[in-house]
Ligand binder design. Structure first.
Ligand code: NOJ
Ligand code: CA
Length: 712
């Protein structure tokens, strides 16, 4: 690691323990394209501004807090010291989109003291990368500050205009909203409050939006605001002042209205601004990961990215139920249907997984409690160790083992988190006893302790505790309905994925996800970390299950395949039913082949809300996979395969929309072509409305070279 002191440019000369009016300091990214300037004005405010290639990204914006204890506004400071340094290091993630990641930045540390006389000192730390910045507040150990309570944080992000924005409503409890694409002036969170399909939501301000927030300026700058390393602090929402296009942070409060309880030394999460004139750079950014701490787990040999199938979609489409009595509590289904997690049915999924090389099977609805699991804000719901009488936990774990398959545990907490905390150790021991090494948790409903929110400090601490505790048991975890991720998968690599956004399941029982949804998610939710989106739905229209149903998945079948590449996750579900795959085994071949862990990733082309094209190289292998998706518009692309190894021939298996396919009229029509390609090949991709293309590129054998034609 290279760590050295750097000269910084001062507009005013600074000396230790001396304060001056209107001092500013400028620091540039390693490549010089990003310029950060921090200014201590004569009124004591500290403002920062940011530019990319001489274009303003963030106009002068204030920093600071409202403290509850001691009660004061912390936004007028004297600068005590300014330090700068530079880091250039490379690290290897346990799993990820790349085999190694460069962490290259310049750092500026301002030590400041409250000017109003409290004596409180803090540090404001900025890191400037080639694709953006991160900054955070640090409260060092000091005589004048021990325990303290933050009422709110007032970090501003002043935009230079009324940019195009991809946003979801600000909320304390959910991130499962559909995206809106409007100007900044069009942000209005009241629609979120009305989203009937979301069970627990807390509307609080019509001008509030959530991060990751994605923007595009009229002159083509892309700007993404989010946070990194959210631990022991509430999540940050943004509230817009439309008269100045300025966002300010708003922290999710707790049950009594405070934001954060801290003890010095303490640090806040990093506030991140990723920016570029190329949309592809936003998706390629590793800044949020780089701002997180290295893995706290020493032995990571047991952590394995994997694909899985599950007794799951059949409940969402109303074919079976979570609860034993078949009453379908919480699934909008009035008629009685069979209990899904019965031994015979689970064996069917195990057989399918085993036959097709899928390592794991998720089983939901295996444990007692689903008859009355949400809506009543009741504390004792599930015990996580008592199976329904028709789920033979012992027999099934032996059966799964004999077939070389793992069962993934399901812990729906129904947001009764106090109850889950009491059961966690018992539940994880139960898992180990029966050979389970991964758990999907869930937090549907209003949180208990009552009054707490999904995104408040209490719950943030809970999610991290679950990651730590599961790690102690060598258990991998996938969380549904948690706070949206902030790169903590670097620190807790057993925390493989989260839902934390509107997943594919909304297509089964609600208005669903518009065709542009999956082109927005990589620029928003996935900036923080992998998503358990549950792709791979082949039966697109829900009328197949019940003629009265109007719901549908808003994509074509081959777009569902492309999502395995465009929607990065080390945990990918093949979400549809075995019987729906069995009639399309030719298309299912892509799901069998596609990797979940990668040595290399190339963002080939992308535009938020329109299209995304990504190619990835399988970890430790010569094979590549390419995914291309579009919104509701048909699109054609010419895509060069120049990322392939020189001198090598590959068989490209191209899974694409049929000529007359479209997400609404003819979503399941696809064609599979095979050609010989190499580095010099350019492919013509034709995507149907709401469509996509998935391509596997496997090294060609001598036989392949005889059998398939060169692509032309
Ligand atoms: C919501 C989760 O997102 C979904 O995957 C799960 O099946 C249900 N909750 C029940 O736990
Ligand atoms: Ca969910």
């Amino acid at each position: 690691m290279l760590f050295k002191k750097l000269p910084v440019i001062f507009c005013t000369v600074l000396f230790l323990n001396t304060t001056y009016a209107d001092q500013s300091v400028v620091i540039r990214s390693p490549d010089g394209n990003i310029r950060l300037s921090v200014n201590n004005k004569n009124d004591g405010s500290v403002v920062y501004d940011l530019s990319f290639k001489n274009r303003t990204v963030i106009a002068p914006s204030q920093l600071g807090f409202a403290f509850k204890l001691p009660e004061l506004s912390l936004n007028r400071f004297d600068i005590i010291t300014i330090d700068s340094s530079s880091t250039d290091e490379t690290w290897r993630p346990v799993w990820g989109e790349l085999s190694s990641i460069r962490n290259h930045y310049k750092q500026l540390v301002l030590q400041v003291r409250d000017r109003t006389g409290s004596g409180i000192m803090l540090k404001i730390v900025f890191r400037v990368f080639n694709d953006g910045i991160g900054f955070r507040y640090e409260f060092p150990k000091q005589d004048k500050l021990n325990y303290f309570v933050i009422a709110d944080e007032f970090t501003q992000f002043a935009m230079t205009g009324d940019h195009k924005t991809f946003w979801i409503p600000g909320d304390y409890d959910t991130n499962e909203f559909a995206y809106y694409t409007t100007r900044i002036s069009g942000i209005d969170a009241t629609g979120g409050g009305k989203a009937q399909e979301i069970s627990a939501k807390t509307f609080y301000d019509k001008n509030a939006a959530q991060t990751p927030l994605m923007m595009k300026t009229d002159d083509g700058l892309y700007i993404n605001i989010h946070e990194a390393a959210l631990v022991n602090y509430p999540a940050m929402n943004l509230i817009i002042d439309k008269s100045t296009n300025t966002f300010r942070s708003h922290l999710v409060p707790d049950a009594v209205g405070n934001a954060a309880y801290l003890q010095a030394p303490a640090v806040t999460p990093w506030r991140t601004i990723i920016t570029s004139d190329k949309a592809t750079d936003i998706l390629a950014s590793k800044t949020i990961l780089n701002l997180n701490e290295p893995s706290k787990i020493k032995d990571v040999s047991w952590i394995k990215p994997e694909k899985f199938v599950g007794v799951w979609w059949e409940m969402h489409v109303g074919k079976s139920s979570w609860d034993y009595s078949g009453g379908q509590v919480g699934s909008q289904q009035a008629t009685r249907v069979p209990h899904g997690a019965n031994t015979a049915n689970v064996k069917r999924y195990i057989d399918f997984a085993s036959k097709n090389g899928i390592p794991a099977v998720l089983v939901e609805g295996w444990n007692t409690g689903w008859e009355d699991w949400f809506g009543n804000w009741k504390e004792d719901v599930f015990d996580f160790v008592t199976p329904y009488p028709d789920f033979d936990v012992k027999g099934l774990s032996a059966y799964a083992r004999s077939k070389g398959v793992k069962i993934i545990m399901h812990h729906e907490t129904s947001a009764s988190v106090t109850n889950y905390e009491r059961w966690m150790d018992t539940a994880y021991k139960f898992m180990k006893k029966y050979g389970y090494d991964a758990v999907k948790t869930g937090y549907v409903g209003r949180i208990i302790p009552r009054g707490e929110h999904h995104d408040g400090q209490w719950m943030i601490r809970h999610y991290v505790r679950v990651a730590q505790k599961t790690a102690n048991y060598h258990i991998m975890v996938d969380m549904h309905e948690p706070v949206r991720p902030t790169g903590l998968q670097r620190t807790y690599p057993n925390w493989l994925a989260c839902e934390a956004a509107r997943g594919n399941e909304f297509n089964a029982w609600s208005v669903g996800n518009a065709p542009d949804h999956e082109t927005i998610l990589p620029f928003t939710r996935l900036m923080g970390g992998p998503m358990d989106y549950t792709p791979g739905i082949f039966k697109i229209k829900m009328s197949y299950y019940n003629p009265e149903k109007k719901e549908q998945v808003h994509t074509t079948l081959t777009k569902q395949l492309a999502l395995y590449v465009t929607m990065y996750s080390p945990l990918q579900m093949a979400a549809d039913l075995p019987e729906n795959y069995e009639v399309h085994m030719d298309a299912f071949q892509f799901i069998k082949d596609v990797a979940v862990d990668w040595d290399d990733t190339r963002i080939l082309d992308a535009e938020p809300g329109d299209y995304v094209i990504i190619a990835r190289k399988a970890k430790g292998k010569a094979s590549w996979f390419l995914g291309a998706i579009t919104d509701e518009n048909a699109r054609n692309f010419t895509t060069s395969l120049d990322f392939l190894d020189p001198g090598k021939k590959y068989v490209a298996t191209i899974y694409h929309d049929a000529e007359n396919a479209s997400w609404n009229d003819n979503p399941e029509a696809y064609v599979i072509d095979k050609f010989i390609v190499d580095k010099a090949t350019s492919l013509q991709l034709k995507l149907a409305p709401g469509g996509g293309t998935a391509i596997s590129l496997l090294p060609a054998t001598a036989n392949d070279l005889k059998k398939f034609k060169e692509y032309r």
